[in-house]
Design a binder for this molecule. Structure first.
Ligand code: NAP
Ligand code: ZN
Length: 348
């Protein structure tokens, strides 16, 4: 028998969120049932449910920054027990046997990973995300939330945290690195904290200096306004690594010029529009332009442990279930410091 839970659902891209009841599957032997305590709002939720990335499957519940407590386990589950503090990010299943899954890179599963929402599940249903009271997830896709991290601060780590941690780790940021974080939103504010915890010199590249004080508190050495006159000439060739988190259309070529020779721009922001690029900006100085998609489960656990060890968490604004439509407009306007988190107790 399936479980019925309350969730926030949209009927179409332009309709408001409504609190409805949705079914969660009867836990399979290798499933874990999680009582969700906090659910972060990622800009990807907005791109998806507003149909900015293509047709979403409606009615739909989004949310892939999930923190909560295990309330039930399937008969073959040994890694988790009732009461465990856990998180779920953007993935809820993958084949588990392909080369990428065996490497721990489930996000690159060659048979296609199952996303936490708007994705076809192994049983043919469409997955429904974390703006909800409970979720049922395969045990392999659950991470442990260290006791040092409270649920509100931990939930956004499951997407914003791992998405910035992974390229910072891959491109081997050290205390000698000059790192720029482009766009200080949900992803950006985690990128700043993680790179700073590794000892790097971190610069925030934001549209204005409005967030400069907050950026400094997160560990940035300075904030530069990308709209300032002469900005692109003055800061040419300064950075080893730019983490590009921008969710909208920008002139990527101009930002590539801010890299040192052989510097790297790791793109994590996914604007709906096709982006233009001139090869000249890559060829001059032999720069690297790369992308990064969340991270595997093992690396997500490593990131959670890293954040706990370094006293890092998301800086959040907590909202009730009836405030999500207004919160979306504020995220798009860049008006949140730095992540909205839905208090699932307000479903009651
Ligand atoms: P967010 O909180 O809205 O932050 C995006 C930031 O981009 C804003 O704070 C703003 O920074 C900047 N920005 C927004 N509009 C801009 C514009 N028109 N011109 C220049 N800069 C602009 O979003 P998020 O949740 O961090 O997500 C960021 C992007 O990453 C989204 O596209 C999301 O879908 C994507 N994403 C990708 C992955 C992945 O695995 N690769 C995972 C999660 C999210 P300032 O105000 O500082 O200028
Ligand atoms: Zn996300």
């Amino acid at each position: 028998m399936s479980i019925t839970v309350k969730a926030l659902q949209k009927q179409g891209p332009d309709s408001p969120f409504e609190v409805v009841e949705i079914p969660r599957r009867e836990p399979r032997p290798d499933d874990v049932v999680i009582d969700i305590k906090a659910a972060g709002i990622c800009h990807s939720d907005i791109h998806t449910i507003r149909n900015e990335w293509g047709e979403a499957h409606f009615p739909l519940t989004v949310g892939h920054e999930i923190a909560g407590v295990v309330s039930q386990v399937g008969s073959s589950v040994t890694a988790w027990k009732v009461g465990d503090r856990v998180g779920v990010g953007c993935l809820v299943n993958s084949c588990g046997t392909c080369e990428q899954c065996r490497l721990g890179e489930e996000q690159n599963c060659l048979r296609g990973p199952v996303g936490t929402y708007n994705s076809e599940d192994v049983d043919g249903t469409i997955t429904q995300g974390g703006y909800s009271q409970k979720i049922v997830v395969n045990e392999r896709f659950v991470c442990r939330i260290p006791d040092e991290l409270d649920f509100d601060k931990a939930a956004p780590l499951l997407c914003a945290g791992i998405t910035t941690y992974s390229p910072i780790a891959r491109w081997k940021v050290t205390p000698e690195s000059k790192v720029a974080v482009l766009g200080l939103g949900g992803l950006g504010h985690m990128g700043v904290q993680i790179a700073a915890a590794l000892g790097a010199e971190v610069t925030v590249l934001s549209r204005s200096l409005a967030k400069a004080e907050s950026a400094a508190k997160l560990g940035a050495k300075r904030t530069l306004a990308t709209t300032a006159e002469g900005f692109f000439n003055e800061h040419r060739g300064e950075f080893d690594l730019i983490i590009n988190t921008v969710s909208a259309n920008i002139d990527v070529d101009r930002y590539l010029r801010l890299l040192k020779p052989h510097g790297v721009m790791a793109v994590v922001g996914l604007p709906p529009e096709r982006q233009k690029l001139s090869f000249g900006s890559l060829i001059m100085g032999g720069k690297v332009l790369t992308g990064s998609n969340i991270g595997g489960i093992r690396e997500t656990q490593e990131m959670l442990d890293f954040c706990a060890k370094h006293g890092i968490g998301a800086v959040i604004e907590k909202i009730g279930v009836h405030e999500v439509d207004a919160a979306y407009d504020r995220v798009v306007a860049g008006d949140v410091q730095f992540r909205f988190v839905i208090d699932t107790a307000t479903f009651e």
